[in-house]
Design a protein around this ligand. Structure first.
Ligand SMILES: [Zn+2]
Ligand SMILES: [Zn+2]
Length: 457
């Protein structure tokens, strides 16, 4: 098998990986867009593959850094079949339609000529090819279940990262290659911990997002929830409001449920929670699939039971935060001209408010820049408006949807693959795993795959 890392750098970027099994088939795992990528530079190196040379595309989960370039990959490989879990099937379509909207907006604002990279109409055609596959079941690349005597088959396993996220096992002539996608080995508020195979894996391709962050001494999720509740209380006591920049998919629903439980148990006063329009759309899908996924609290209906208010994006510029209200607004990285970016400018101007981050953000995104700014110093959230002083408290709560690095390492050591390929991590994260494995399991061949180069595994 020849493995090619199709990203443009070893980082958390536009995830996409080619597995070439020769005459038995060519498989692409994920086709993402870089969170900061603008235009062609945000895409994986799709040009490395000849026209219509891919047979199978497997999508691990619906986040944009794994699906954003899927329409372009499909356009280049019209004969390829596309497989994913049922929940990803439902989540990825509205996500990609939203991506067209965002590209059209950026074309107008920043003059990116190649945007949009695909259209609503093209998407409507492409999604007809997608096939949803049940978990823990063996599938043929031809799309039928429980095949016999096929050289190459695949199985999807719950990855516990967001609704529908999966790890993918490829079974090829007696050997198994396992791609984790984004994974969480711990329970979240709604998502349950991953259920991954722990033996029989020959080549392990594993995400390393948190490789540079040691587990904090004494850290528990419960204590972090308690710290969040106390901080929200203090903000309300000052007459302020709370802004939490979140991804519309995954983090919005997790936090919505968490805040609901804090209100229900009277730990926090019952106060209005606002979400964005896209967050609402994805919450609807979470609700629709509640009974058919491994999620916790399947009877909790996010939209009916919690009844969040939906922000009207068109009036964002006249917005003023109200005392005691919580705003769970995307984008999570506070990309310029998104609601969370526009709202943050208003929050930062008043010391009674607070801004709380709850997940991963790219260090160079506006959210990353704000997180690194000391109180009283200035930050530029939008280049058009220039720097502004940070007057309100800004804090970070660790409600990550990614596995702790110690849990990822434990998993690698349990599995003991012949080869371990490290992906989805920045260079310091990759280096930590490489060093640990060299000491703890020198018999495992560790590979940091150079972008664009085919390597025989
Ligand atoms: Zn993800
Ligand atoms: Zn990712």
């Amino acid at each position: 098998m020849i493995f090619t890392n199709l990203t443009r750098a070893n980082e958390i970027g536009a995830n996409s990986y080619l597995l070439d099994f020769g005459q038995d088939g060519r498989v692409v795992l994920d086709a993402g867009m870089h969170p900061r990528g603008e235009g062609i530079q945000g895409l994986p190196q799709l040009e490395k593959m000849k026209f219509d040379s891919v047979d199978t595309i497997l999508v691990s989960h619906a986040h944009h850094d794994h699906t954003g370039a899927l329409p372009l990959l499909m356009r280049d490989h019209p004969s390829a079949r596309v497989f994913m879990s049922e929940a990803t099937y439902y989540l990825a379509e509205p996500l990609l339609h939203n991506s067209v909207q965002v590209m059209l907006k950026q074309k107008a604002e920043k003059g990116i000529v190649e945007f949009p990279l695909f259209t609503h109409r093209e998407l409507d055609q492409l999604v007809k090819v997608w096939q949803a596959c049940g978990l823990e079941r063996n599938w043929s690349p031809n799309g039928y279940p429980d095949p016999e005597n096929e050289p190459l088959t695949f199985t999807l396993h719950d990855a516990g990262h967001i609704l529908g996220s999966t790890g993918t096992a490829l079974h090829h002539r007696g050997r198994t290659i396992f791609y984790t996608g984004d994974v969480n080995f711990a329970d979240q508020t709604l998502s349950r911990a991953a259920e991954f195979p722990r033996s029989g894996i020959d080549v392990l391709i594993i995400e390393t997002t948190r490789g540079a962050q040691p587990r904090k001494e004494g850290f528990t999720r419960e204590a972090e929830v308690e710290r969040l509740a106390t901080s929200i209380e203090q903000t309300f006591a000052r007459g302020g409001a709370v802004l939490m920049p979140v991804f519309a998919m995954g983090k919005t629903q997790e936090l919505l449920a968490q805040l609901h439980f804090l209100q229900k148990s009277r730990r926090l006063p019952v106060s209005p929670i606002y979400i964005g329009g896209l967050g609402r759309s994805f919450s609807e899908i979470y609700d629709r699939l509640a009974g058919r996924t491994r999620r916790k609290y399947p009877k909790l209906n996010l939209l009916d039971d919690i009844a969040p208010q939906v922000m009207d994006g068109r009036r964002a510029r006249d917005f003023s935060p109200k005392k005691g209200h919580i705003y769970l607004i995307s984008s999570g990285m506070m990309t310029e001209n998104t609601l969370s970016n526009i709202f943050a400018q208003e929050f930062l101007a008043h010391d009674r408010h607070s801004i709380y981050f709850v997940g991963y953000c790219d260090p160079e995104s506006p959210a990353g820049l704000l997180r690194a700014t000391k109180p009283g110093d200035s930050v530029t959230l939008n280049k058009e408006y220039g720097p502004q002083p940070v007057r309100c408290p800004v804090d970070y709560f660790d409600f990550t949807a990614h596995a702790q690095r110690e849990d990822l390492l434990r998993y690698i050591l349990d599995v003991r693959p012949r080869v371990c390929v490290l992906v989805h991590g920045d260079p310091p994260a990759l280096a930590w795993f490489q060093q640990e494995l060299a000491v703890q399991a020198p018999e495992i061949k560790v590979v940091i795959p150079p972008p664009g180069e085919g390597i025989e595994l």
